[in-house]
Design a binder for this molecule. Structure first.
Ligand SMILES: C=CC1=C(C)c2cc3[nH]c(cc4nc(cc5[nH]c(cc1n2)c(C)c5CCC(=O)O)C(CCC(=O)O)=C4C)c(C)c3C=C
Ligand SMILES: [Fe+2]
Length: 414
C-alpha cells in the first residue's frame, strides 16, 4: 500500500463513523418514482452474524484526504458505471449523493443493509454479499463536463465551480467512438477483489438512483497477477510498469493530484480519463514475437525496455523503434497514473472474433497537458494502432476525499 493511501480501518470504527453520518445528515429520504420503501429503512446496517463474521483486514478506508481507488493497489475486478442525472433539482442531486455516500460507507466497511422482515415488501438488501467480506471494495466518484454545463445550461448552479481542465477528450485520428458508451454526468469506479461484492455495490447504486438518475453505460473489467507484480494485459505484456516512476508522495503530487489553481473542492482530487480500447486479439496472436515486442519497445516476458534486462530499468529511448508505444509516451515527456483493466464482451457478430480489450483509466493532475497531447501522438503514429481501436471515451473530475459526516460532492454542491 502506498504511503499516501488512506489507512485501513477496523470495521468497528467504520461502523461508528457510519452511524455518525446517519445522525448528522438525517437520512429520512423517500425514494422517487418507483415507490420503494424509504432509503432510511433500506440502509440500516446489520452486523453479520457470528457465524458469518468476516475478517477485517480487507477493508480499505473510505475516509481520508483523497478518495480511495486512485493510488490504491489495483483490486482484481472493476466496474465503471456512468449515470445521467434526470432530476433538474439540485436538492434531489444532494439527496442522491447522500444516499450513495451512506451506502458507500456501509459496503466498503463490509456491512450489509438490513434485509427487512416484511414478507410483503422487497428485501432491503439484494442479499448476495451477506456472507462476504468487504474484499477491499473502493468506490471512486467523478463528475463529467455535462454535470456542470449541458447545452450551455448551468443545470445545478455549479458551472462556476467547473474544474479548469474538465472537458471531453477531443476527437482523435483513427478512433471509432460510440457516444452511447461515452461520457456521462457522474461516473463511479467500483473495484474489489471479489466480483460479487463489486457488482452488489453497482447494483445498489443503480437501485438508489431511482427517480434521480439513469444508467448510461456499465463496463466490467478484470486483471490478474500476484500482489506487487505488474499485471499483464490481453496482449501478454506487463502493463503499468511506468507507474513506479511517480510512486511516492512528491511524484504523485506532480502527476496525479489536482493543483492549487483548481476550485477548492478539487483539493486532493484528480482527473480520470477513460478510453475503451478494443484489442484485435486474433490479429495480434498471428504476429511474430519480434513484431509484438517492437510494438511496445519492451520485451514480452521480462517487461524490460529494449537494451535492458530488468523491468524497472530506466528506458533508453534511442534503443526503441521510434513509433513504438513506449517511445511515443516518452516523446510526449509526460507521466500518467494508469489503472487499466482488461474486458471481454463476447463475440463480434460481424466477424465472429472475440470482442475484448482494455479499459484504459488514467489519473492525472492536468489531462490537457499530460493526456491529450500524448493520446494525439499515439493515435497518429503508434505501432499499436494496427492492433487496436478506440471505441469509447470519457473525462471525469474526481473530488478530494471525505471525512465522516460529509457526503460525496458536498463541497461542490454547497
Ligand atoms: C494516452 C495514453 C495511453 C493509452 C490510450 C494507452 C493504451 C494502451 N497501452 C497498452 C499497453 C502498454 N502501455 C505501456 C506503457 C504506457 N502507456 C501509456 C499511455 C497510454 N497507453 C504510458 C504513459 C505508458 C508508460 C510509458 C513510459 O513512460 O515508460 C506499456 C509498457 C509497460 C508500462 O509501462 O506499463 C504497455 C505494455 C495497451 C495494450 C493499450 C491499448 C489497448
Ligand atoms: Fe500504454
Amino acid at each position: 500500500m502506498s504511503t499516501e493511501e488512506n489507512q485501513p480501518a477496523g470495521s468497528t470504527i467504520s461502523r461508528r463513523d457510519f452511524l455518525k453520518l446517519t445522525t448528522s445528515v438525517g437520512f429520512g429520504l423517500a425514494i422517487g418514482a418507483a415507490g420503494m420503501a424509504s432509503i432510511n429503512e433500506k440502509l440500516i446496517p446489520e452486523a453479520k452474524s457470528e457465524v458469518n463474521k468476516q475478517p477485517v483486514n480487507d477493508v480499505i478506508a473510505m475516509y481520508g484526504d483523497r478518495q480511495a481507488g486512485i493510488i490504491t493497489p489495483q483490486q482484481k475486478y472493476m466496474y465503471l458505471v456512468s449515470f445521467r442525472i434526470t432530476t433538474s433539482q439540485k436538492a434531489d442531486v444532494i439527496q442522491l449523493f447522500k444516499s450513495w455516500t451512506k451506502f458507500s460507507d456501509l459496503s466498503t466497511s463490509g456491512g450489509t443493509m438490513k434485509t427487512g422482515d416484511n414478507p410483503l415488501l422487497p428485501p432491503s438488501d439484494t442479499g448476495e454479499t451477506l456472507e462476504l467480506s468487504a474484499s477491499n471494495l473502493t468506490i471512486t466518484y467523478g463528475f463529467g463536463p455535462t454535470f456542470f454545463l449541458e447545452d450551455g445550461k448551468d443545470r445545478f448552479g455549479i458551472a462556476k465551480k467547473q474544474p479548469l481542465y474538465l472537458k471531453d477528450i477531443p476527437r482523435m485520428p483513427r478512433e471509432n467512438i460510440d457516444p452511447s458508451l461515452s461520457g456521462g454526468d457522474v461516473c463511479l469506479q467500483v473495484c474489489a477483489d471479489d466480483q460479487q461484492v463489486a457488482f452488489h455495490a453497482v447494483r445498489n447504486f443503480i437501485r438508489l438512483s431511482t427517480g434521480y438518475a439513469t444508467l448510461n453505460w456499465l463496463q466490467e473489467g478484470f486483471i490478474s497477477g500476484k500482489a506487487g507484480v505488474t499485471p499483464r494485459n490481453l496482449f501478454g505484456f506487463k502493463d503499468g510498469t511506468a507507474n513506479k516512476l511517480h510512486d511516492n508522495p512528491e511524484g504523485n503530487k506532480k502527476v496525479i493530484w489536482a493543483g492549487q489553481e483548481e476550485p477548492s473542492w478539487m483539493t486532493g482530487g484528480s482527473y480520470m480519463s477513460y478510453r475503451k480500447i478494443r484489442m484485435l486479439l486474433e490479429v495480434w496472436d498471428r504476429s511474430s514475437l519480434s513484431d509484438q515486442e517492437n510494438t511496445f519497445g519492451r520485451h514480452k516476458e521480462s517487461g524490460a525496455a529494449f537494451g535492458k534486462t530488468n523491468e524497472f530499468e530506466a528506458v533508453d529511448s534511442s534503443k526503441l523503434p521510434v513509433t513504438s508505444h513506449v517511445a511515443l509516451a516518452k516523446q510526449s515527456g509526460q507521466l500518467i497514473h494508469r489503472r487499466g483493466y482488461s474486458y471481454t464482451d463476447g463475440v463480434d457478430p460481424k466477424t465472429g472474433n472475440v470482442n475484448a480489450g482494455l479499459l484504459f483509466i488514467g489519473y492525472s493532475r492536468n489531462p490537457e497537458e499530460q493526456l491529450i497531447p500524448m493520446l494525439k501522438l499515439m493515435q497518429s503514429k503508434d505501432k499499436l494502432n494496427a492492433y487496436t481501436s478506440h471505441i469509447a471515451s470519457g473525462m471525469f473530475a474526481c473530488p478530494g476525499g471525505l471525512t465522516a459526516g460529509q457526503y460525496m460532492g458536498q463541497s461542490l454542491m454547497e
